[in-house]
Design a protein around this ligand. Sequence first.
Ligand code: GRF
Length: 204
Amino acid sequence: MKTPLRTLVLPSTVHRVINIAIFASGTASNAQKIIEHFDKSPSVRVALIVSNKKNAGVLDIAREYGTPTQIIDRQMFYETEDLLDILIKQNVEFIVLAGFLWLMPTYLVQAFPKKIVNIHPALLPKFGGKGMYGKHVHEAVKSAGETETGITIHFVNEHYDEGDIVFQARCPVLPDDTPDDIARRVLQLEHQHFPTIIAQLLTA
Ligand code: GRF
């Protein structure tokens, strides 16, 4: 009697895991929200945290979650493609910029077309571009007398804050608001939307 052929039976729900990298250098509250959001996800894994600050808060968060980290300097980032090798080695398919201020080099933009997103704390195209980050944005919003502001999640190209817009959400600017008040309201919006928009992009 012939031995029956052995066939591999896969469960009907095999999840393909998408590895993402988060680039963050600031307080990293958004990075934390994203890590928490995907912590138990069967389909998305934060595979790498990249930072240009050796003592960035995001590194403590990464340690807590056991996420690998990579510190970069300008020479490595702009004069080599070592970071791309590392991203490929970690099977990273998607990059999230969450408070990362350096302009993306061409080799990364080309390697990840429409697969790098950034969050900006205003309604682009207003209040964007080089130098428009952190409190500078909210001060500019206040002095322009805007009655609303918000967040923009956009794809990243080689120019600051110019890639295609994926999502915007708005909030009011009240007459007595200080730039700090505006910053607080905008950051809340970021935490509310950034992880879910990333999840939507990854499953689109
Ligand atoms: C956020 O306001 C984001 O819009 C901007 O950088 C800030 C990062 O905040 N790109 P955090 O470090 O995530 O708290």
